[in-house]
Design a protein around this ligand. Structure first.
Ligand code: BEZ
Ligand code: FE
Length: 277
């Protein structure tokens, strides 16, 4: 098409994809072009702004490597990760809500016996976490595998901190015949998402803080059930209502209770899994 104008350019681009024989891809690309052009029509960027946008995305790409995924971080702070997760996890009441995975999950965390601590340094293991993994009708799920990970008291994951032992504050637990699990740890702390890249620059430029409330991550797998990726958050945390990646849900907020001996606290939580499709 020649002589495209502001009025016809969107239609001209969409027409280019008319021959796409993958209906879902055609739907996605048509919608993408429609929304992108609507955005440009609304914003009317000047050329310096458009080049700045391209440089921002280029910098995001250059910040990614096999350990760092800045595009995921961008999706997180724009709420897209949580939005996609909500769409794909419309749950029946009684099943556990999901929460953002984050970039600090590591494969092959150590398999530990029931009741063991995930703390591998001198930090006191003063928190007991226990509960049940169950199906929609409350049936306990035996042999469910829970992978857990969290920050140390300095607000860093082991993979961010050369002073922590490898696999510190990570562990894998398998439920017994009664579907129950238990492990010990320390209370996680609030921490800022990585701010040394373009996403951090975006947060600073827009006056947003980078903090996540303290949380304990869970990935739970059980045969015949959909994988559950979630996290528990802690009552009273100052960032519960302003999590920079929008991960907090009321149903995931717990209040540790004293266990009687003063220093120790415990949290009980039951995880409801959805049958696999
Ligand atoms: C996390 O919880 O580990 C996390 C989630 C999203 C972005 C950065 C960190
Ligand atoms: Fe986290």
């Amino acid at each position: 098409m020649r002589n495209v104008s502001e009025a016809t350019v969107t239609e001209a681009v969409i027409y280019k994809f008319d021959g796409c024989d993958n209906p879902r891809l055609k739907q996605i690309i048509t919608s993408l072009v429609t929304h992108l052009h609507a955005f440009v029509r609304e914003i009317e960027p000047n050329e310096a702004e458009w080049f700045a946008a391209i440089k921002f995305l280029t910098d995001i790409g250059h910040t990614c490597d096999d350990k760092r995924q800045e595009f995921v971080l961008l999706s997180d702070v724009l709420g897209v990760s949580t939005f996609v997760e909500l769409i794909n996890n419309r749950k029946a009441p009684g099943l556990t809500e999901t929460s953002v995975l984050g970039p600090f999950f590591v494969e092959n965390s150590p398999a530990l016996p029931m009741g063991a601590t995930i703390v591998q340094d001198e930090t006191p293991s003063d928190l007991l976490v226990e509960g049940l993994v169950h199906g929609p009708d409350g049936t306990p799920l035996a042999e469910a595998v829970l992978e857990v990970w969290q920050t140390a008291p300095n607000g860093k994951y082991d993979v961010q901190d050369p002073n922590q032992p490898e696999m510190n504050l990570r562990g894998k637990f398998t439920t017994g015949a009664d579907g129950r699990f238990a492990f010990r740890t320390c209370l996680p702390t609030e921490y800022p998402i990585p701010t040394d890249g373009p996403v951090g620059a975006l947060l600073r430029a827009t006056g947003r803080h980078p903090w996540r409330p303290a949380h304990l991550h869970f990935m739970i797998n059980a045969a015949g059930y959909k994988q559950l990726i979630t996290a528990l958050y802690f009552e009273g945390d100052q960032y519960l209502d302003s999590d920079t990646v929008f991960g907090v849900k009321d149903s995931l907020v717990v209040g540790p209770k004293p266990t009687g001996d003063g220093a120790n606290q415990s949290v009980a939580y039951n995880f409801g899994l959805e049958p696999a499709a």
